[in-house]
Design a protein around this ligand. Sequence first.
Ligand SMILES: C[S@@+](CC[C@H](N)C(=O)[O-])C[C@H]1O[C@@H](n2cnc3c(N)ncnc32)[C@H](O)[C@@H]1O
Length: 366
Amino acid sequence: MHIIKEGICIFHKPQKKGLFYNPRGIISRELGIAILRTESKEKGNISLAECMAGVGFRTIRYYKEAGVRNIAANEGNIEAIEFLKENLKLNEIPENEIKITNMDAKKFLLESAINGNRFDVIDLDSFGSPSEYIFSAVLALKIDGLVYFTSTDGFTLCGLKKEASIRNYGVHTINSKFCHELGARVVISQFMKCAGNLSMHFEPVITLYDGYAWRIALRLKKGVENANFDKFGYVVYNSKTKEYKLYNENYIDTSGLICGPVYLGNIHDKEYVKKLLEVSKDLTNVRKVLEKIINEEDIPLYYNYQEICDIISISPPPRKKIINKLRKLGYIASESHFSPYSIKTNASYEEFIKVLKSIKPSNNMI
Ligand SMILES: C[S@@+](CC[C@H](N)C(=O)[O-])C[C@H]1O[C@@H](n2cnc3c(N)ncnc32)[C@H](O)[C@@H]1O
């Protein structure tokens, strides 16, 4: 049997169809470890529900590398559970250290909620969209607890499946170069709306796109007063000029495609991201992304400067130069981890174009 090493843990490589192992999930597993270390530091002995444990990559890393001892690991596929148990043995973790169940994730969460066993952290690592699990996750989460979810629902969140978008998120999404951030906001909005339906609300902790999937953590808060529902608004996007406009209130704008109402507030808690960096010295994959996130301005969306340069027929200046020029002029400006060609700024579209044109091509090589 093939053995895979991740962090300080070792695993049998699943060879059978239907058993899941994704090497690209490493950033997500490391972010999970950093989150659990931080939560444990602040709250002590925390409880964790892993709703879709697969063959145990997260379970075992969370146990050994985050030191979590109160883990309920659920998985819908019985064959995966047999494999998970083999992996526990391989890592010398006694089987009775983990509460293992084999049921649908919604049933697992709802049963826990009904029995009064709410969790400090819920890890929701579904295929595709997490939307069908949101209500049960909210009900099974403690107030001030944290849901850490994955979405690989790229086609829908990036505006390519209109009906699924209405069904899962209740909005039309937009296909654009900023779709990875807007997609994150669309799925965050759905979590916020479901919590709101249950008279609670979510506050974003960290929002990460790793080039393959969204990995997002939200904290559940009591009540709906002082919540962030006033941060919902509309994005209007002109697919010809690539200009976007944001509206916090009802709008009268027919200049483009509309997405909304969608959450337009902060998507990271920067103080928390600093804490994640403090506990992730050994987690080299996620650390690189966390360092980018800490430096990105937490304002909605970004321009893809290459595509705008194409439209105005100039060759793209280096990203750093554009950002420096914007800052010199007094605007907020930064890169974004969502895309290597992104610039976040509060400069208007017209001002942004002026800046692009003002950087002389001869200087571009410097
Ligand atoms: C993306 S994989 C999770 C992998 C694992 N968390 C990891 O990091 O390696 C999704 C897992 O969810 C399981 N699954 C799918 N639908 C489920 C459901 N409704 N309830 C419980 N498990 C489910 C699949 O069998 C699969 O193992």
